[in-house]
Structure formats: C-alpha cells, structure tokens
Design a protein. Structure first.
Length: 655
C-alpha cells in the first residue's frame, strides 16, 4: 500500500508546475508579442484556471485504474485490476504530454483571437496572429518536451511495482516497442525546434514595430512639408489634409492637450496599421498626413524566416537522429549482450564490450564487463567443481561469490576426511579378506584332518599313538581357527565402526548439498525478481543446483554401499560367531577324543560314530569360513568402489 498517494502526488506536482509556468506565460507573452498587459493577464488567468481544471480532470481519469490498484490490498487485487493499472501507466505519459501541449498552445491562440476579434484591443492588429501563432508553437513543442519525462518520472516507481506484481502473477502485459535512441532524438528535436517559432514571432513583431516607426516618421515628414507648402504659394500634397482646430481627428485631439510651443504630433492607428502626423499652422488649423504601414518588410522577414525554418526542419531531425544514435549505441550493445546471456547463456564465447567514452555510459559498460567477467568465473568454477576439481579458485565480489567459495571450502573439509576414512576401510577390508582366506584354509585343513581320522577309525589300522597325534593336530587347528575367528570378529567390529563414521559424514554432506540446493533456489528467485537484467544469475544457480544434485546422488550411492557393507559385516559377524562356536566345539571334541583314545579298543564303534559327527561339524565350519571369505571379498569390492568415487574429487593442485 506504499503507492497509495501516487495519483494525488503526481497530479499535485503537475498542477503545481503548471501554475508556476502559467504565471510566467502572460509576462513573456505580453513582452514578446505585444498586447495590453492587463488584458493579456486577464485572458491568460482565465485560460490558466481552465487549463488546470482540464489537466486535473484528464489526469484523474487516466490514472483512475492506478488509484484503484493503489487503494486495494494485494490480497484483494485481481489480474484485471493489475493489467488495467499497468496499461494506464504505460499510456499516461504520452497522452498527458499531448494533452498538455495542445492546451498550452491553445492559450496563445485564444489570447490573440480575444484581443483582436472580441475585445478589439487598440494596441494590436491582425498582424498579431502570426507572432502569437509562433509563440503557441513554441509552447506546444516546449511543453511536450517537459511534460513527457515529468510524467514518466512521477509514475516510475508505481509502474515498476505494478509490472513486478504482474510478473509475479504471470500476467502477460502488452508492451509497445520503443527505443532509447528514438526517445533521445525526439527530445533533442523538441528542444532544438521549440524556441524557433517563438523567436520568429518576436522577430516578426520587431519588424512590424520598425515598419510602424518608419511610417510615423514618414507621416511626420509629410505633415511638416505640407505645412510649409500651405503657408506659401505652392500647392499642398494630395495625401494630406488641412482640418480646423475642432476636427475630431485623434492626432488633432492629442495636439489640443499639448503645450503651446509644440507644433508637430503623431498618432499610430494599430488596428488599421496606419501612421498619422499633424502639424499646427499659424492660423490654428492643422495639416494632417496619413501613411499606411508597409507590409514589404514583414513579407521579406516571413520569407527569410520560412527559409530558415525549412533549413532547420531538415537539419534538426538529422542532428537529433545522429545524437540519439550516438547516445543509444553503448546501451544497445549492453542490451544485446544481456539478451545473449539471458537467452543463450554463452558466457565463455562473449568478449568484452568496447569502452569508447569516459563518461557515465563508459562507466556502465566497464561495470557490465566486470559483471560478465565475474559471472564467467563463477560458471567456470561451477563446471570445474561439477567435474570433481575442488582446487578451483573463485574470484569476484558479492554474496554469490562468497557463498560459492564457502561451499567449496566445506566440500574440501568434508571430502578430505571422507577419503582418508575410505582408504582405512579399504585397508581393513584387505586385511579381513586375508584373514578370511587363512580361516578358510584352516577350515579346509581341519576338514581334511577329520577325514583322515574317519578313515583311520573305520579301518581300525592305526595305533592309539597315531590317533593321539592326529587329535593333537585337530586341537591345534581348532585353537588356531578360534584365534582367527576372534581376529576376524574384531576387524569386522572395526569395519562397522568405520561404516558408522562414514554414515555420519554422509549426513553432513547431504546437509551441505541441501543447503547448496536452497542457495541455488534463492539465487534463481533473486534472478527472477531482477527481470531481464537478472537472467544471467539463473545459469549459475542452475549449475549450483546440478552440482548439489550430483553430490546428493553420490551420497545416496555411498549410503547404499554402506548399507551393503553393514549387511556384509552383519553376515560376517554371524559367520564368525558360528565359526567360533564350531572351533570351541571342535577343541572340546578333540580333548574328549584324547580321553576316548585311551578307551579306543573297547569303544571303537562309539568313537567312529563320534568322529563322523565331528567331521560333519568341521565341514560346516569350512562352509562358514567360505561364506566369511565371500562376505569380506564383497566388502573389499565395495570399499574400493567408495575410494574410487572419492578419488574423483581433486583436493590439491598438482605441482
């Protein structure tokens, strides 16, 4: 609701300036083109009041949609209301400039018509129309040059707010194609041409005044010559008359009120454009001479002025076009580059815009080049990070560059310990794999020993000493199997601990990825709020989001690997527990066999059955050892894959 007073404020400023300039117009009009000052002031005052009322009503009607939009809360605004306000703000400046120019110009013409045709002001004639027309044309062009940028400036904030709301709502607004160069050319043309008609009008008035002065002088000379002739034998001129003292002629009436010593008098009949002169004779009569004001000088001046205006009419548009082109060319280059960034996104192939002037436009061009350089650096850095190179150096200033550098630092801090942990996991997996191979070999040897014991017991061809030696070997193998099983269980426990640590690191990486994704989303929103000029930031935000998605995908892959590692570890733990039980059982059995050997001769059948049972147990132990080896082999493969994934990230630059 911050734009609630925009209509009232705009109308107040425009009417206030109109009042100030309207008060100046009568002074300039009367001084430049003539006319009775009092009458001119009265006519212009009436025109000023009418002009202010008409301008206020016109602006209020044109800005009514804007006023409704400003006085309606955003939650209750409709799309049609926003569209009507935007269209009104788009057309108001030009329509107001046209209306204001026509009203200002009409005031000069109305003043001339009223003075000459209605009030019959004796100080003006029909020749007053041409100077007044020149002044009206100057008012027409000059007021348009002022009114257009003034209306644009007063409604700029409201127009930006309405367009921003329309973009947010997804409203497609009609926009007329315009050009900065064309606007500058039109304004320059108006500034160049505005004074010319008024100056021509003032020059025409000066020529008329000179012609009147010449006519008065000639009439005075004729009257003096006629008076000299009238007092002598010569005949008087035919264009002079001798009138009595009481004649109502204006010149004679003026002579009656003059001092007694004065003999020559003049009178200018402006409406009739005639000069009168009278000279007092010795007998009290007056010689009156009448001379018309010549129009030849006026015609010559009009011809010269017309030729000059024709030359200016061809020269001024050309100069205005060249000037507008000169001013708009740097802006057009920047606009083309911005459009290329927004539509194509090709930062790498776009070179710097040449800076030809050291002015505000040159500074704008240099700033734009610096912005493109920063965006190009961010895009290259994002591409390098997407390829796994975390050694990239990001230059530039601003929140986006700082956030990018912070993200890189966090990634380096996370990937470095994660890589070290993955290497430790790979090393531990290798050791576990070696231990499981030894355990499998021991189990195979134990199974082979049990087969030999079974064969020996079945054939009953061995001796008790040989059986005792075999039992000792079985006992030794069982103890070694138990020790290997204990070592395997300890290493699997270490592996589970490392896997838990990796899970914690993965959660941190996911958090960083989520924050990066949120940062990219915020960057996209900020670019959208910026409109056309902010589309370049959308590219960088997209690269950041793609990087965050790839990191998230990598985290999911690693988490899957960890799940497999944990499952394999759990299977290995179960297998080692089973192996430990089997080893303990085998050890106990071996001891029992040692005792039974002493009773071998009396309990051969019982021992044979027992040996067969133990052989089955040993076979199961061998199977469990094989399963342990397979699990640890899978664990090693997963650890190698994790290390390969993390090796893609380059943390330090190569010398």
């Amino acid at each position: 609701m911050e734009h609630r007073g925009v209509v009232r404020r705009s109308i107040t400023v425009i009417l206030g300036l109109g009042l100030v300039f309207g008060a100046m117009v009568p002074v300039a009009f009367s001084a430049s083109f003539g006319g009775a000052p009092g009458l001119v002031f009265v006519i212009q005052a009436v025109m000023l009041v009418a002009r202010l009322l008409a301008t206020g009503v016109h602006l209020a009607a044109r800005l009514a949609p804007v006023d409704r939009w400003a006085h309606t809360s955003p939650a209750h605004r409709t799309d049609a209301m926003v569209r009507d306000a935007a269209v009104a703000l788009q057309h108001v400046p030009r329509r107001h400039a046209l209306f204001d120019s026509v009203v200002y110009a009409s005031s000069g013409l109305v003043t001339a018509i009223v003075l000459v045709s209605v009030l019959h002001d004796p100080s003006v004639s029909s020749r007053y129309f041409l100077p007044a027309l020149g002044g009206s044309l100057s008012l027409l062009l000059g007021s348009a040059v002022i009114a257009l940028p003034l209306a644009v400036a007063l409604t700029a904030d409201a127009r930006a707010a309405v367009i921003g709301e329309a973009v947010t709502r997804g409203i497609d607004l009609p926009r007329e194609r315009s050009s900065v160069g064309r606007r500058i050319a039109v304004l320059a043309l108006g500034v160049a041409l505005a004074p010319l008609p008024g100056m021509a009008g003032m020059g025409l008035r000066a020529v008329n005044d000179d012609a009147r002065d010449v006519a008065l002088l000639e009439a005075r000379l004729r009257a003096s010559e006629a008076a000299r002739v009238a007092q002598g034998p010569e005949e008087a001129r035919s264009d002079v008359a001798i009138v009595p003292f009481d004649d109502p002629h204006p010149c004679v009436a003026r002579a009656k009120g003059a001092a007694a010593g004065e003999r020559a008098f003049t009178f200018l009949d402006v409406p009739a454009e005639t000069a009168h002169a009278c000279t007092r004779l010795d007998d009290g009569r007056f010689v009156v001479a009448k001379v018309p004001v010549e129009v030849g000088r006026t015609t010559a001046f009009l011809g010269a002025s017309g030729a000059f205006l024709v030359i200016v009419a061809f020269w001024a548009p050309l100069v205005a076009f060249v000037f507008g082109r000169w001013m708009a060319l740097p802006i057009a280059r920047i606009a083309a580059a911005t459009k290329r960034i927004a539509e194509v996104g090709d930062l790498g192939a776009m070179g710097a815009i040449p800076v030809s002037e050291d002015d505000e436009l040159g500074e704008l061009t240099r700033t734009f080049n610096a912005l493109v350089t920063d965006l190009r650096g961010l895009a290259e850095g994002a591409s390098a990070v997407a390829a796994g190179d975390l050694t990239v150096k990001v230059s530039g200033r601003g929140d986006l560059a700082d956030a990018f550098r912070g993200m890189l630092e966090r990634l380096r801090d996370l990937v470095r310990p994660l890589r070290e942990t993955s290497m430790q996991i790979a090393s531990a997996a290798t050791e576990i794999y070696s231990a499981s191979q030894e355990q499998e070999a021991a189990a195979s040897q134990q199974a082979e020993g049990m087969r030999e014991v079974t064969t020996t017991m079945e054939s009953l061809s061995g001796s008790a000493a040989h059986i005792a030696e075999a039992v000792k070997k079985v006992l030794s193998d069982a103890e070694r199997n138990r020790q290997n099983t204990d070592q395997t269980a300890a290493r699997i426990a270490d592996l589970n601990g490392h896997a838990a640590r990796i899970g914690e690191l993965l959660e941190v990486i996911r958090d960083v990825a989520d924050r990066s994704d949120l940062l990219a989303l915020n960057g996209s929103l900020e670019a959208t709020h910026a409109g056309e000029a902010g589309k370049g930031f959308t590219i960088v935000a997209s690269e950041m989001r793609r990087l965050a998605e790839r990191v998230t995908a990598t985290v999911d892959s690693v988490r899957t690997l960890l799940t497999d590692i944990r499952a394999s570890g759990s299977a290995a733990v179960m297998a080692t527990d089973e192996s430990r039980k089997v080893a303990a059982s085998t050890e106990e059995t071996a001891r029992r066999i040692t005792l039974v050997v002493q009773q071998q001769r009396s309990a051969t059948d019982a021992v044979g059955a027992t040996v067969k049972d133990r052989a089955s147990v040993v076979a199961q132990s061998a199977i469990a050892a094989t399963q342990t080896r397979v699990s640890t082999e899978d664990l090693k493969v997963q650890a190698d894959r994790l290390e390969a994934l993390l090796r893609r990230f380059v943390l330090e630059a190569h010398a």
